[in-house]
Design a binder for this molecule. Structure first.
Ligand code: GYE
Length: 306
């Protein structure tokens, strides 16, 4: 590694690039699809990938990044599990002159010279889309709408922003009330566990807003276990649109899904090549995304890649 004339790294020709990628973990269907997209795209682009899984722990990600710095990779990419606390390690990469690309999740560092670009979704926008569906769904009702929220990993950009965007839209009408909100860490198991607790504590829940499909799918098990009908007794909105989520949407157990694309691999490899060559790249690359109703999910299911 160590720049553009890295003969010998990656077993390729003199121009081959080695990327160190510090992944968040394997917490969700989204993450699995994201990892596959990155691994496939690296292969197709002829980029040698060093890959690590941090099991949702920031300390593990920092260790992985430090080891990539030590190995003198040509470029470091990572999806920061939480937003804060990255300045020291990012400064170490900068001092070693190794460019860093953020993918999927943002950091809250004030010093934007610590990374070259940030590729990923607009999570505030996703939260707003979830809220807009709800406002439309209940537009003819005057009664209070009691909402429970399953948040993503505490301190992560998607949890912070999906909460904020949703809140911003529903706060226009005081009939919308978030009666409980807790983290389910983006996993199915936690989503189920927290939803069980919500159901015990709250006799009438109208709506569940889950920050990802997996937590929503776990919650569906809890709702069914409590003798209620998901999608009817409790309306469910989730984010991601992975296959299992789309199936539940088509089956009527989820009511609406806001898409968040995990297929970031090809764009990441393009950006990496440019950054390693020292070319200019846009500081922010936003992923294009849509939303799905139950009818749209039935149409889209067969062609879903992940
Ligand atoms: O929505 C969730 C995953 O950061 C966008 O992380 C990603 C989120 C995704 O665990 O399923």
């Amino acid at each position: 590694g160590g720049g553009t004339t890295s003969a010998g790294t990656g077993g390729g020709g003199g121009d081959s690039i080695t990327m160190g990628f510090a992944q968040v973990g394997a917490e969700s269907g989204w993450r699995t699809a994201n990892t596959k997209s990155i691994q496939d795209a690296a292969k197709n682009a002829g980029i040698t990938l060093k890959f690590s899984d941090a099991q949702q722990k920031q300390e593990n990600q920092i260790k992985a990044i430090r080891s990539y710095i030590q190995q003198k990779v040509d470029v470091i990419a990572f999806s920061p599990v939480v937003e804060s606390g990255w300045d020291p390690v990012l400064n170490e990469a900068k001092n070693a002159k190794i460019p860093v690309i953020l993918t999927d999740r943002a950091v809250d560092s004030k010093d934007t010279s610590l990374y070259k670009t940030f590729l990923g979704s607009d999570f505030v926008e996703e939260g707003k889309k979830a809220g807009q569906w709800l406002v439309e769904e209940y537009k003819d009702s005057k009664d209070p709408v009691k909402i429970v929220e399953l948040q993503g990993t505490t301190g992560s950009a998607p949890a912070n922003d999906r909460k904020a965007g949703f809140q911003q839209v529903i706060s226009a009408d005081s009939k919308f009330q978030i009666i409980a909100s807790q983290t389910g860490d983006f996993t199915r198991a936690k989503g189920k566990e927290v939803m069980e607790a919500f159901l015990k504590a709250q006799p009438d829940i109208d709506v569940l807003y889950a920050h990802n499909d997996d937590m929503g799918l776990g919650a569906i098990e809890a709702i069914e276990g409590a003798g209620k009908v998901p999608g009817k007794d409790i309306k469910i909105i989730t984010v991601d649109a992975v296959k299992d989520g789309m199936q539940a949407l088509a089956d009527g157990k989820i009511n609406y899904i806001v898409e968040c694309s995990p297929l970031l691999g090809p764009q990441l490899m393009d950006l990496a090549k440019k950054v390693v060559k020292g070319e200019q790249v846009p500081p922010r690359v936003v992923t294009e995304e849509t939303t799905f109703t139950q009818e749209q999910a039935k149409q889209a299911l067969s062609s879903r890649q992940y």
